[in-house]
Design a protein around this ligand. Structure first.
Ligand code: MTE
Length: 302
């Protein structure tokens, strides 16, 4: 079925390449706000170095079903999408609801560079140098009310500019959600750029979510609506198949997708003969985020 993710795994990949150097979690570019330790993030995470994928790789191998289901479709068909002007409606359980232009939203925000691992549920990965600000800064401005437990996000609906939305591949708008503590975590980013340039259309212009310890489909693109709520929000892939795509969708090599292993991943740009690399729990950010899930059975709440 067209709406099912297809993995590029073969039978030979089921056993991960065991010899891969088990890299620590990685985060960089936190200078300017006092570094990783000021945020209470692991010092190790900031010390390590990952090599970012090239601009070409990051902007030509995409998932953005609003422009088609093929990996090259977003780069091919997103040229007619116009991300300016842009505004986001912020509402629900907040003290300061309203519709805000992108300029109003980014005004006064600290735009940082965050070099994050990015792991798709389809078992490929990249390393992306994002530019953006912490979602927590925006939520703090919105004034989250005590009853709020979740944050819901929606992508823009513009079938005239997004040819994929003329088909019923997914139910539009694409929607996602986070638990409030996940949304407030300092690793959770609202990205506005890559490599210091504005986000290309195919990567979710002009503003998208990036949650580096979760499978990529949680990182919803081209956001026009943010709603604080007391209920678990509708999440597109979870609604299509909750058996395959959990609401949490934390990267976890120990919990396989029903149709493929999540134990290893193919790093995009590694070359035809590159070995797969082992997938790290919480995508390498375990030290920073594991406490969010303390006491939870990750096999059940996957
Ligand atoms: N957001 C919207 N609106 N539509 C999508 O199809 N795809 C998701 C996520 N966000 C998607 C989306 C998936 S499956 C992945 S892996 C990432 O975007 C891909 O991000 P990238 O193309 O920047 O690598």
């Amino acid at each position: 079925m067209a709406y099912e993710f297809k993995t590029d795994l073969t039978a030979a990949d089921v056993t991960p390449a065991a010899a891969f150097f088990n890299r620590r979690a990685f985060m960089a570019g936190l200078a300017g706000i006092g570094g990783a330790s000021a945020l209470g993030l692991s010092a190790d995470a900031a010390a390590d170095k990952l090599k970012p994928n090239t601009w070409e790789e990051i902007t030509t191998y995409n998932n953005f079903y609003e422009f088609g289901t093929g990996k090259s479709d977003p780069a091919s068909y997103a040229g007619g999408f116009n991300p300016a002007p842009w505004s986001i409606e912020i509402g629900g359980l907040v003290d300061n609801p309203g519709t805000f232009t992108l300029d109003q939203i980014t005004e006064g925000m600290t735009i940082e560079e965050r070099i994050y691992r990015f792991r798709c549920v389809e078992a490929w990965s990249m390393v992306v140098p994002w530019n953006g600000f912490m979602l927590s800064e925006l939520l703090n401005r919105a004034g989250v009310q005590g009853r709020a437990k979740y944050v819901a996000f929606e992508t823009v609906v513009r079938p005239e500019e997004m040819p994929g939305q003329k088909r019923t591949t997914l139910e539009w708008p694409y929607r996602e959600g986070l638990r409030l503590d996940e949304a407030m975590h300092p690793l959770t980013l609202m990205a506005t750029g890559i490599y210091g340039k504005p986000l290309p259309n195919q990567n979710g212009a002009p503003i998208r979510l990036v949650v580096p310890w979760k499978y990529g489909f949680k990182s919803i693109k081209s956001i026009v609506k943010i709603t604080l709520t007391d209920r678990e929000p509708y999440a597109t892939w979870n609604k299509i198949s909750s058996r395959e795509y959990g609401f949490f969708s934390n990267v976890n090599p120990e919990v396989n997708h029903p149709r493929w292993s999540q134990a290893s991943e193919r790093l995009i740009g590694g070359g035809l003969f590159a070995k797969r690399q082992p997938t790290l729990k919480f995508n390498g950010y375990e030290e920073d985020v594991a406490q969010l899930y303390e006491g939870m059975d990750l096999n059940k709440f996957f």
